[in-house]
Design a protein around this ligand. Structure first.
Ligand SMILES: Nc1ncnc2c1ncn2[C@@H]1O[C@H](COP(=O)(O)OP(=O)(O)OP(=O)(O)O)[C@@H](O)[C@H]1O
Length: 397
């Protein structure tokens, strides 16, 4: 019923449920060169051990290599994350570990046709930004090639076969939020609707691929030294497209994980600000990085770079303190040129010093806005002025 290249080696994720037991049976009929069964016992339900023993029994009877990861129940006491995400991560990290141990990169997973359509309906319901509708026949996770050979088979066909052949399998009794939504969708979805949905999914994926390509082109064409330029074209795009552009931009600079780890509305908030805010400067905190809009540029700065620092240099002996700032040499030279009339103030806290200092015979604040000095320069570079005269001595901008 399924086609597996018997010259290849495979890992297979087996929960003990109907789908994965069915897949395992089909796979061994194809006699692959090497097969390693991987099972995670989450110890989450009272009947978790039954699932494990079903897998163990099947593997013993068929002489298969079985690797089991048993989760320590103490984990659950301090769990802050969403269980679905956490358990998926743990499972996939276990598969990665086994792929290294056995030097096997192919991983078989037992999602079926119903799972594919249900995933799509959940995506629609959640209106989440996705890069693919439904489930892919082949995808990647780190070094793993994840293969889903059952996407053409309905759940009822799988159950019918197992029941006819009297095969034991486990029944999943968990009911997390996502499972709840999935179960609701599942109970309303009829077998005769599946193919219609598959057609819709196929068409939507074609349009989505075009959108993703457009977003990639924008990001790639407007990227200079890790900064994304926002040009006129961006105003013509809708919020969703701008969200995609931000994802593509982060991918290009190898920082995509910072948004992946966050709730979907973070990228939505960023896209809305890009579209609607007329401010020259704003920032969105993303953990240890901050995404900054600076006139027509978007870029990331690490939170460490955003530290505001002001200090007073009272004498020659304190000049070494300048080294805290990236433009320390510039500051040092300015003090020398000014013939060391201590005390000096050194600061990168531009929101404060711009109000009470002068540059080029202007209030610094006015100079900044007239010359459109990028905020990056204001944030990263410090200025130096005599404590009494308040005239900035180094070059700014
Ligand atoms: N405890 C487990 N041990 C090993 N493999 C598992 C386990 N749970 C799930 N799998 C594998 O993952 C497939 C999908 O499982 P399930 O439908 O429960 O998860 P999902 O949340 O829908 O999927 P995913 O998290 O992988 O997107 C199973 O058919 C099986 O191949």
């Amino acid at each position: 019923m399924i086609n597996i290249n018997s010259n290849n080696n495979y890992l297979i994720g087996v929960s003990g449920g109907a789908d994965s037991i069915f897949l395992l049976r089909e796979v061994i009929k194809n006699k692959p060169k090497n097969l390693v069964v991987c099972h995670v016992n989450y110890n989450f339900r009272s009947d978790s051990n039954i699932d494990q023993s079903i897998v163990e029994k099947f593997c013993q009877e068929n002489n298969l290599i079985l690797e089991i990861k048993i989760v320590d129940t103490n984990f659950y006491q301090n769990m802050k994350e969403n269980f679905e995400d956490w358990s998926r991560n743990l499972r996939y990290e276990f598969f990665v570990e086994m792929s290294k141990k056995y030097k096997i990169n192919n991983l078989l997973i037992a999602h079926n046709k119903n799972d594919l359509v249900e995933t799509f309906l959940i995506q629609e319901k959640r209106k989440a930004l996705v890069s693919y509708f439904g489930l892919k026949k082949i995808s990647n996770y780190k070094n793993l090639t994840v293969i889903r050979p059952l996407l053409n088979l309905t759940k009822s066909k799988i159950l019918e076969t197992l029941d006819r052949e009297n095969v034991a399998y486990a029944i999943d009794s968990t009911n997390s939020d996502l499972k709840y939504l999935r179960n609701k969708i599942r109970s309303e979805l009829k077998d005769n609707e599946l193919d219609g949905y598959l057609q819709i999914i196929k068409e939507k994926n074609i349009l989505l691929a075009e959108e993703l390509q457009k977003a990639y082109f924008y990001a790639n064409n407007n990227l200079t030294a890790d900064e994304l330029t926002l040009n006129q074209q961006i105003n013509e795009y809708d919020i969703k497209m701008i969200q995609r552009i931000i994802f593509e931009y982060l991918k290009l600079i190898n920082k995509e994980t910072i948004l992946q780890k966050r709730a979907n509305n973070t990228s939505l908030e960023i896209a809305k600000r890009i579209k609607n805010s007329h401010k020259n400067f704003w920032s969105v905190n993303l953990g240890d990085q901050t995404l900054i809009k600076d006139y027509q540029k978007i870029y990331l700065l690490s939170v460490n770079n955003l530290r505001k620092e002001s200090l007073i240099i009272n004498s020659k002996d304190e000049l070494h303190n300048l080294e805290e700032f990236i433009n320390w040499l510039d500051l040092f030279n300015a003090i020398k040129k000014d013939q060391e009339n201590y005390p000096y103030v050194v600061s990168n806290d531009y929101q404060i010093y711009q109000k009470n200092t002068f540059y080029n015979n202007k209030k610094t604040k006015d100079y900044f806005s007239e010359k459109k000095i990028p905020f990056k320069n204001r944030i990263l570079k410090a200025v130096v002025y005599q404590k009494n005269h308040k005239k900035i001595l180094n070059k700014i901008g």
